[in-house]
Design a protein. Structure first.
Length: 115
């Protein structure tokens, strides 16, 4: 089954850090644009960060710029989201998406930022 698998979510205090990982198999990972989305309760899913196939170009939603970093390791078929200076408003389910001519979504990992 082709489905990215997210990991690394959890409960963290405001100001803390987490690193999410998304491991993929069943498709040519290095050919896919990878991105992270998130969905908070009662809100629409939003794009958080994206990275091109080579990793040379990245893009972020304004609310996470300077705090989150997306990266990828094509040798390990994995994309990462390093999150720092976390805020309660970052609380959401975080999803990994792979896109080329088709798209694949992971099942999500919960991130909760609370004291």
């Amino acid at each position: 089954q082709v489905q990215p698998v997210e990991s690394g979510g959890g409960l963290v205090q405001p100001g803390g850090s987490l690193r999410l990982s998304c491991s993929a198999s069943g498709f040519t990972f290095s050919s896919y644009v990878m991105s992270w989305y998130r969905q908070a309760p009662g809100k629409e899913r939003e794009l958080v960060a994206a990275i091109t196939t080579t990793g040379y170009i990245t893009n972020y939603v304004d609310s996470v710029k300077g705090r989150f970093t997306i990266s990828r390791d094509n040798a390990k078929n994995t994309v990462y989201l390093q999150m720092s200076s976390l805020k309660p408003e970052d609380t959401a389910v975080y999803y990994c998406r792979a896109l080329r001519y088709v798209e694949f979504w992971g099942q999500g990992t919960q991130v909760t930022v609370s004291s």
